[in-house]
Design a binder for this molecule. Structure first.
Ligand code: NIG
Ligand code: FE
Length: 415
């Protein structure tokens, strides 16, 4: 047998395998990888020989916990500028909707992003990506949606792809074509929806710049009919849907997401029981975003008990964006998901691993520690997995492995 590349011994594994008991935990465990895939995840006593004979590099985890690499499955990480003035306006009593209606909100970031060069956009976004990486993230979803014209939407998605190539993180890109109606289309809504569902979508698909599409279904954004038109066009090109749904009001977003067998319906604070049942039927993941709930001082919580009762997979993400969730730490968000939404630490860890992978269409690739999956894992200096949700702003991984980095390195090394 040729040797494994790395072997961690004396570890405790939170494999997060479904149905394998709390955290899918294995004590007195070892984890090995070879060629960027997990080659062993089990008990030390089941190792097929002496560690030094088995792997090129043997590391002693000294009883630390190893989890799957964390997955942030909903971010708007690529943008220019910031919205700290709006933060102050909200503290002074103005609502998010009122600021948006007055031309601020998403449109203020659209103006800054349109004005930024690709290099500026890359540099500003890279520092945020480093923030996520420090928290143990190995896979991140990045949405467009601050361009709302062809050139800027494409530029955002190119920057997102380049961030993945250069940092070695696994980046999944989402074309958020229907995010806000730009003022130049104020009296031509249908033209804007047609543009985003037609020429811009095709240009993005032609360049392979998006792995999925997303839309913002809300009173201050787009209607169900507009979103359906956009999703149908994407489906015709083989692109799966995700939806910002029922965040500020009940717009039947959960049901619409289910109708299109969307990968996920995100936010869903106001979703009703019928919508949640439909999501369960369709296999649509519920992505909960406590950062936005916290920043907007919302009071309506997502229907966690209903999700549990229907067995809808729950994911948790930062929603990193300049308006409603200027958060670049997934562990901090995990703490919020427990304290604000009442999820258990185990549910939250599943929400940033196994279920987050599913929300990105990556369930066979990453999200659990299982032989054959990508070698994405994090070693944590903790004595219990719940510590991952308990500490705020202080916990750093001891080691992070991301197989996408290996793939990127191989791609750039001449054969
Ligand atoms: O997920 N809801 C729409 N999109 C973002 C907010 C974007 C912004 O305000 O810039 C969200 O909360
Ligand atoms: Fe969002």
């Amino acid at each position: 047998m040729s040797k494994w590349d790395h072997l961690w011994i004396n570890a405790r594994l939170a494999t997060m395998r479904d149905g394998a008991g709390p955290y899918g935990a294995i004590e007195d465990a070892a984890l090995a990888d070879k060629g960027g895939r997990i080659a062993f995840a089990g008990r030390m006593s089941d190792l097929p020989g002496e560690p030094s004979n088995l792997a090129t590099r043997v590391m002693d985890a000294q009883n630390q916990w190893i989890t799957p690499g964390l997955i942030d499955c909903h971010t708007h990480l690529v943008f220019a500028g910031n919205r700290s003035e709006e933060f102050e306006m909200r503290l002074a009593g103005k609502s998010y909707e009122a600021i948006a209606k007055a031309g601020g909100g998403i449109m203020s970031t659209v103006r800054a992003t349109r004005a930024a060069s690709e290099d500026e956009l890359y540099a500003q976004s890279l520092s945020r990506l480093h923030g996520l990486l420090k928290g143990g993230v190995t896979t991140v979803e990045i949405k467009s949606g601050y361009g709302l014209d062809e050139a800027t939407e494409l530029r955002m998605l190119r920057v997102a792809r380049k961030l993945g190539q250069q940092t070695g993180l696994r980046v999944r890109t989402t074309y958020l074509g229907l995010h806000a109606l730009p003022p130049e289309y104020a009296s031509k809504r249908a033209d804007f929806v047609n543009l985003m569902s037609g020429p811009v979508l095709r240009a993005i698909a032609d360049e392979g710049l998006a792995d999925a599409v997303d839309a913002y279904l809300e009173g201050i954004a787009f209607t169900a009919a507009e979103v359906e038109r956009f999703f149908a066009a994407a489906a015709a090109l083989g692109l799966p849907a995700k939806l910002h749904a029922d965040q500020l009001s009940d717009t039947n977003g959960a049901a619409l997401a289910a109708k299109f067998r969307a990968l996920s319906a995100d936010h869903i604070e106001y979703s009703d029981p019928a919508g949640i049942a439909a999501m369960a039927q369709a296999g649509t993941v519920a992505v909960l975003l406590p950062g936005a709930f916290f920043v907007l001082r919302e009071t309506r919580k997502p229907p966690v008990d209903l999700l549990r009762r229907h067995g809808v997979p729950i994911a948790v993400a930062t929603d990193c964006n300049p308006g409603t969730s200027p958060v670049v730490s997934l562990p901090t968000t995990m703490s919020m998901a427990c304290t604000l939404f009442g999820l258990t630490p185990e549910e939250v860890l599943a929400g940033v691993t196994r279920n987050a992978a599913r929300a990105l269409g990556l369930k066979d690739e990453t999200g659990t520690l299982e032989v054959g999956k990508a070698a994405d894992y994090v070693v944590w200096p903790i004595t219990r997995p719940a510590e991952l949700c308990y500490w705020i702003g202080t916990l750093n991984p001891s080691a992070v492995a991301c197989s996408a980095a290996l793939a990127a390195a191989n791609a750039s090394t001449p054969a």
